[in-house]
Design a protein around this ligand. Structure first.
Ligand code: BMX
Ligand code: ZN
Length: 323
């Protein structure tokens, strides 16, 4: 299985982060240093996402050998959106955020192409490895990550280890229902957290609201909603208060279920800043048993563009004994 690229002693691994919008690939050290990186859009040119990810690794390696012809790595760690069968590295289910991706044998494809050890896990699960090593999760044994981006992803760390469940699907917190009579979700459920708290849904709900008021809605993206919210615009406040109520409901249930010491929140929506965190802390306080509140903090995720990609690569060290 090992190739000319392989060296078990190398200080570097390849990290690949496959999200609904972008694929980032980079050469990463155990201390989180990023030597080289590249970024591609996930869905461009209708190329299959598995092939697009391999294209990213190929271009990355090409870039590296130009500078260091005898460069070697320990392996490839992939963090991907979708529910990943953890041991086989197959995409067991993927919502239509990434059309045609479901069923991809990502680990097998990567191993056959690059002849390196490959680990594949959910994108937000690997993000939790970055939090554990460098972020707010450092030294905390029980914590939960939420990533509010194209979709809403989650990860659960218990006793210092990621919870994978029966085959790897645990932690799909975006599909925890916060409203049993809520709107249909692309996963088949109703009132999922993702329908209220992803960047995509915030922008969509704002546009719908504007249209219903007969106001111009084109070009209104998440950033614009946040700007209007900070400026005190009532429509934007209505949308964001709904997001905060949904998040507060979900987080309170997570606290009651896992009694965590920390909830880490990342993704594009976390860029709404302190106003979001302040409101969210209040909301969670109002919905959570007082006995559970002492132990838990709600903090923003580790800053940096590459945190998903770094976490993906960290799997190589985290699971070194797994081969
Ligand atoms: C979706 C789901 C999760 C993913 C989350 C965040 C798919 C394709 N995705 O809920 O597996 O972790 O989005 O994904 O089923 P991102 O695209 O926002 O990073
Ligand atoms: Zn859902």
């Amino acid at each position: 299985m090992k190739s000319g690229w392989y060296d078990a002693q190398s200080a570097y691994a390849i990290g690949v982060d496959i999200g609904g919008t972008k694929i980032n690939a980079g050469i990463v050290s155990e201390s989180g240093e990023v030597l080289h990186s590249i970024s591609l859009s996930t869905l461009a040119g209708q190329t299959h996402t598995g092939n697009r990810a391999m294209e990213a690794v190929q271009s990355l390696l090409k870039k590296v050998v130009l500078e260091q012809p005898d460069f070697r790595v320990r392996g490839i760690g992939v963090g991907s959106a979708g529910q990943i069968e953890w041991t086989s590295g197959q995409i067991r289910f993927s919502s239509d955020l990434i059309p045609g991706y479901q069923g991809t044998q990502l680990k097998r494809l990567m191993e056959e192409r690059f002849h390196l050890p490959v680990h594949v896990d959910n994108d937000v699960n690997v993000l939790a490895l970055t939090e554990k090593r460098f972020g707010a999760g450092k030294g905390i044994d029980h914590f939960i990550c939420l990533a509010l981006g194209t979709g809403v992803g989650g990860a659960i760390v218990v006793e210092g280890r990621l919870v994978h469940g029966a085959w790897g699907g645990a932690g799909e917190i975006g599909h925890m229902s916060v409203n049993f009579q809520g709107p249909l979700c692309i996963c088949g459920g109703k009132g999922c957290l993702e329908q209220y708290a992803s960047g995509t849904s915030i922008a969509r709900r704002m546009r719908e609201k504007l249209v219903s008021e007969g106001l111009p809605a084109e070009d209104v993206d998440t950033r614009e909603v946040f700007a209007r919210w900070h400026a005190g615009e009532p429509l934007a406040s209505t949308i964001m208060e709904e997001t905060i109520a949904a998040l507060g409901t979900g987080i309170a249930s997570l606290i009651h279920t896992f009694n965590p010491g920390l909830i880490v929140i990342g993704g594009g929506v976390a860029e709404a800043g302190e106003l979001l965190f302040d409101r969210l802390r209040q909301e969670v306080r109002s919905r959570t048993m007082a006995s559970m509140l002492d132990a838990v903090r709600i903090e923003p995720a580790y800053k940096g563009n590459w945190s998903g990609m770094i976490g993906a690569a960290l799997q190589i060290w985290e699971y070194a004994d797994k081969g």
